[in-house]
Design a protein around this ligand. Sequence first.
Ligand code: SF4
Ligand code: SF4
Length: 304
Amino acid sequence: MLKLRFHGRGGQGAKVASRITGTAAFLEGCHVQDFPLYGAERRGAPISAFTRISRGTIMERGVIPNPDITIVMDQTLLSDPQAEPLAGLKKNGVVFINTPDSPAQVKDEYNIDAQVVTLDITNIGLDMLGSPIISTLAGAVASRIVGIGEESLKNAVEKELSKIITDQKLIAKNIEAAIYCFRTLELLKIKTIQTTQRQDSVIRMPFEPAKISTPSINTTASSLLKRTGNWRLFKPFWDHDVCTKCMICVTRCPEGCISLNEQGFPVADYEHCKGCMICAEECPKKGIKAVRESGSDSVEVMGT
Ligand code: SF4
Ligand code: SF4
């Protein structure tokens, strides 16, 4: 049996990626499980999803604490103590990281004792799909690492996306981008394949006390301490020439991180703005634009 754990942020599509991988394996004739674990889910928050793939009956249930393969859809999760995407990864396992860095760089930086595979799927999403949609691309790299056939991947992407979107052109573009990622990665040898035995012991889920299992991020104090600004791919850019000071963006921001400057125009606290762009969606004047973060080249934002 192969056990995969996907780590992403709310909105990145970790669940869809795990489903695509599971469906592709199912189409290859395997037994499959896939399911997400959202916790206190909100856009940008760390979430995980799980896929088990076996040639025989799968008797295990529950989350996967010791994966053979870990798919990290957002590099910033590697230093997020809430996510811990490398926890329990088997010694001979494989970790995929969505990053422009090489495997050697990442291995060195995060002290990883496993096979590392990297590919900048965010950039591929931007180039081929016109937005940072990476669910199908993460499903494609996972399928490649598992050793699934290209045709099964293609059919799985079509099947799973058809449940979510109706735009056939967008589905076709996703298939094209998924196949591109699939072909870009080398086929790996995974040494940790096991056969499921009916005698497998039952996995016992630990009971978490309410203090751990309920969200505490909503309190003012921890919201301030948790700098969600490092979750951001895009930042909002206000055009104060068209802004009517209606305050809609201020009230709709889920992080509560938009305040008013001395002239009464909205400005964001970029330490905590997670880049969800709900403010831009909600602005009736279309006065907020999404600007791609690009390190020191990022555009100066009015009012900051
Ligand atoms: S300022 Fe806009 S982009 Fe930033 S967290 Fe608030 S709603 Fe999201
Ligand atoms: S929603 Fe738009 S118009 Fe209203 S305050 Fe925000 S930026 Fe200005």
